[in-house]
Design a protein around this ligand. Structure first.
Ligand code: NAD
Length: 518
């Protein structure tokens, strides 16, 4: 493979990044170990959601650049797949160290591009870092099976990498979601084409720089940018064997269908509407705190945000207290000390959330706390939506049907646990659901009967740590093999089963031949 001479080697990325923060520079491609200025004719502005200042411009990669990236990944695969598992394990150990040393830098980039508050941005990095740490155990994950099936005959399995795999990411966790994908892909011996969200690619670029720093070979991780055309390339190019997607329903269904029709494996994590069922025997203080944090934190832009609270029986009386706590949350720029939640990602996302709040009023719900028109003096241009509480919603309303993806809690009432379960199970999504109760029996019933892939018992956001996998179901997931953990390793590997026959008597003959030659 000859590196393209069209591209000139650029200044180290660290200096580019510092310019990125203060001036309107461009986000580079990362192809074959080089940070490359795109030759694209179309660019997307990334604006700071608190100020609307252009932080960077992201290219829509050209067909030539996409082809170069795929070529580089394919070329790198032939060597990378032959590295020993211990070498790849060591790279993961080095990478986790490098990420840990750069948490603040990554988090600051996330705040500038995505808007979340600094503590959430650190959490974004840390949750991804845990996946890298888990990949230090890749030697265990890749162990195969072996059995003697008859005399002198063994059957055993090995897990082999697929080849070039692609990752397509959403805006809401700019570090964590790329880290759900490429470390698992690389540790299992694949090479990767990663497309960060065009709205906040900065963290992925820093991660690419860190991969380079720890000596992950050229071409093993490549970063391409863009939107539809890039996605179309990644889901059709013959060199790409598998596609991991996290994002909205619309894009996910399109990507899943296109990738699988083109013969690729695909795992797609989609939208969500996560319910918290509050039973009258719950610890009131704990449940209220948990709901407030999980509904409004990160401005509700989490796929596991608790966006619906189902108050069973008398617990509807707890709503005023939830509103009081929500009012006390500080909505501010992400770098401001004491900020609890930042702005929404774009003016369009804000407008959409605001119109869903209006639809709740129009359809007969009560908006008990209305965060529309929220002003933050220091950031007059920010996409701010204050915490919003909609009460008396019914399951036919838009505010209940749609994923609002903002700091909006929709409250519904139920008479019994049965009613609550029926409501949750009728919802088309199945990412997460939580129950708040002191009764083991109720919790166990909820856990057994609820149709959601990730269940919290007195836990508001039950995202599994990476010794498990992220297991959304129903309308929140397409595919059959989940992200990270054992499932993630299965997704990025294929089994080979070998049956070998080494006859006992041949050993004797070989020994005799050897003794003749001595
Ligand atoms: P999005 O679907 O708009 O974008 C995700 C990716 O798909 C981006 O890289 C984008 O370039 C691409 N894309 C967008 N529209 C496309 C189209 N029409 N055709 C082809 N590609 C397209 O998602 P987002 O707004 O960035 O992220 C928010 C969504 O992601 C929410 O719905 C949230 O629930 C979901 N999400 C889900 C999980 C999960 O694990 N279930 C985790 C995080 C986010």
């Amino acid at each position: 493979f000859v590196r393209s001479s069209r591209y000139s080697r650029l200044a180290p990325f660290s200096s580019l990044l510092s310019r990125t923060i203060s001036t309107q520079t461009t986000t580079k491609l990362f192809i074959n170990g080089e940070f490359i200025e795109s030759q694209a004719s179309e660019w997307i502005d990334v604006r700071n959601p608190a100020t609307q200042e252009v932080v960077t411009r992201v290219p829509k990669s050209t067909p030539h650049e996409l082809n170069e990236a795929a070529h580089s990944a394919q070329h790198a695969f032939s060597e990378w797949r032959r590295t020993s598992v211990l070498t790849r394990q060591r790279k993961m150990l080095d990478l986790q160290h490098a990420i840990r040393n750069n948490i603040d830098r990554l988090a600051e980039s996330i705040v500038a591009e995505q808007g979340k508050v600094l503590s959430d941005a650190r959490g974004d990095v840390l949750r991804g870092l845990q996946v890298v740490e888990s990949m230090a155990g890749i030697t265990e994950y890749l162990l195969g099976h072996k059995i003697e099936v008859s005399a002198d005959m063994d059957t055993y399995t090995v897990r082999e990498p697929l080849g070039v795999v692609a990752g397509i990411c959403p805006f809401n966790f700019p570090a964590m979601i790329p880290l759900w994908m490429f470390p698992v892909a690389l540790a299992t011996g694949n090479t990767c084409l990663l497309k960060p969200s065009e709205r906040d690619p900065g963290a992925a670029m820093i991660l690419a720089e860190l991969c380079d720093q720890v000596g992950i070979p050229r071409g093993v991780l490549n970063i391409v940018h863009g939107s539809h055309d890039t996605v179309n390339f990644l889901t059709a190019d013959k060199r790409v064997r598998a596609v991991s997607f996290v994002g909205s329903d619309k894009a996910g269904k399109y990507i899943y269908e296109r990738a699988t029709q083109n013969g690729k494996r695909c795992q797609a994590n989609l939208g969500a509407k996560n319910h918290a069922v509050v039973l009258p025997d719950a610890d009131r203080e704990h449940a209220i705190n948990a709901i407030v944090g999980a509904a409004f934190g990160a401005a509700g832009q989490r796929c596991m945000a608790l966006s619906v609270a189902v108050f069973v029986g008398d617990t509807i009386d707890w709503i005023p207290e939830i509103i009081e706590r929500a009012k006390k949350l500080r909505v501010d720029g992400g770098m401001e000390q004491g900020a609890d939640l930042g702005p929404m990602i774009t003016p369009e996302a804000l407008k959409r959330a605001e119109s869903l709040i209006q639809s709740a009023i129009d359809e007969g719900a009560n908006v008990l706390l209305d965060g529309r028109g929220y002003k933050v003096a220091k950031y007059p241009n920010g996409n701010f939506l204050g915490p919003t509480v909609i009460d008396d919603a019914s399951s036919s309303m838009q505010c209940y049907q749609q994923e609002i993806f903002g700091p909006v809690l929709t409250c519904v009432h139920a008479k019994t646990l049965d009613d609550a379960l029926a409501l949750v199970n009728a919802n088309r999504y199945g990412n997460g659901a939580s129950v708040f109760t002191r009764s083991g029996a109720c919790a166990r019933r909820f856990q057994t009967e609820v149709e959601a892939g990730q269940v919290g018992i007195n836990v508001p956001i039950p995202v599994p740590l990476p010794m498990f996998s992220f297991t959304g179901n129903k309308g929140s997931f397409l595919g059959d093999t989940n992200f990270y953990g054992r499932s993630g390793v299965s997704f990025y590997t294929q089994l080979k089963t070998i049956t070998s026959h080494w006859r006992h008597q041949d050993a004797q003959a070989a020994e005799e031949r050897a003794s003749v030659h001595m």
